[in-house]
Write a protein that binds this ligand. Structure first.
Ligand code: FAD
Length: 317
């Protein structure tokens, strides 16, 4: 079922989760162990992130180096199929531009369609860790908009092979990313919003946001989206603060501000356990306010902390 169908049928705020594929070599059981405690909250769907390969340098015997490509977290499509099979819950694979040709994307979409997966979250992806700027595959997409257009074409039965007639129309519900505090490369929020509007005009069915720790930033973002004529559902992405280090790492990695009150209280904590308790309480308050404001879904980035998310959802039910 499509994310938008879940939203349309909902009588209350829905819950969804986002997980990462396990590191290469680990079993699917690590995903089930992570998700099992969360399933009592009946998530409407579960997102699975996509991780591009990275370039690494391996030393040869003669001291020179080989540049090799390593994908540390493969398996997004397989995990989505496993989740749907194991829990009978919809899965939302993330699709990225980075590292993919249009043909590879088309093949992935055909696989997803055959597996009965109705949803995709289309993203650009970032530059690999040791590179500064995002560079698309020579025969790939530079922006999420272009990837979205390819999915929308397949939803109209149009494939890359121009002479392919009568191709089946896929029925992907397409999500895109939005940034309440602006995407880090955008010169300002207005420009970023204009590009977001283009994604929606091209067929995006809903927006899911980058994490934020100050609800006012989300409310302002939604108001600006509505002013800009963006009418699709906007789903808040939420992550708990769980370690002291994250007070500086999260702003640096995700370009989000930490509210002063959270920072001051976080700095007073003596252990990460104390920070986790603080972050949990903060997320409970954020979730309660967002729910009261009528958001369609609370989307939690569970990232190795399912117990915190369990406690948050128990507190807001
Ligand atoms: P775009 O919409 O393409 O925007 C990228 C930048 O380009 C923005 O600054 C935008 O303003 C600008 N822009 C857009 N269109 C144009 C244009 N036509 N001309 C000029 N500028 C333009 N990354 C992963 O690798 N895997 C994941 O699974 C993943 N999941 C994510 C889930 C969510 C909910 C979010 C918020 C992010 C996720 N990311 C993931 C990170 C994401 O890939 C990065 O934030 C990336 O830098 C931008 O992706 P985007 O889809 O927003 O890009």
């Amino acid at each position: 079922m499509k994310v938008t169908e879940h939203i349309a049928q909902a009588k209350d705020t829905l819950i969804s989760f986002e997980i990462l594929p396990p590191l290469k070599g680990k079993s699917i059981d690590s995903i089930y162990e992570h998700l099992d405690p969360l399933m009592e909250f009946k998530p409407s769907y579960i997102n699975v992130t996509y991780h591009r390969s990275e370039h690494m340098f391996k030393k040869r015997a003669d001291g020179s180096f080989d540049k090799v490509e390593i994908r540390k977290r493969p398996g997004t499509v397989g995990i989505c199929a496993a989740i749907m099979n194991h829990y009978k819950v919809d899965a939302v694979p993330h699709l990225i531009c980075g590292g993919f040709s249009k043909e590879e994307t088309e093949n992935a979409l055909i696989d997803l369609n055959f597996l009965g997966i109705d949803n995709v979250l289309v993203l650009r992806g970032d530059a690999p860790k040791n590179e500064t700027f995002f560079e698309p595959h020579p025969n790939g997409h530079r922006y999420a908009l272009e990837l979205l257009q390819q999915v929308a074409q397949m939803n109209n039965g149009i494939y890359l092979e121009e002479d392919l007639q009568g191709g089946i129309k896929t029925r992907f519900c397409i999500g895109v990313a939005g940034y309440p505090e602006k995407h880090f490369e955008a010169p300002n929020l207005q420009t970023d919003m204009a590009y977001l509007k283009r994604k929606v005009d091209a067929g995006a069915d809903y927006i899911v946001t980058q994490m934020f720790f100050n609800n006012q930033k989300f409310f302002d973002f939604v108001a600006k989206c509505r002013e800009a004529g963006i009418t699709v559902p906007i789903i808040p992405g939420l992550k708990p603060l769980t370690t002291k280090k994250q007070l500086t790492v999260l702003p640096r990695t995700f370009y989000v501000d930490m509210p002063e009150e959270l920072t001051v209280e976080g700095m007073k904590c003596k252990t990460d356990k104390e920070v986790e308790a603080l972050g949990q309480e903060w997320l409970i308050q954020q979730s309660k306010e967002l729910k009261a404001s009528g958001v369609p879904v609370l989307h939690y980035y569970t990232l190795g902390k399912p117990h915190v998310i369990c406690n948050v959802i128990k507190a807001i039910r």
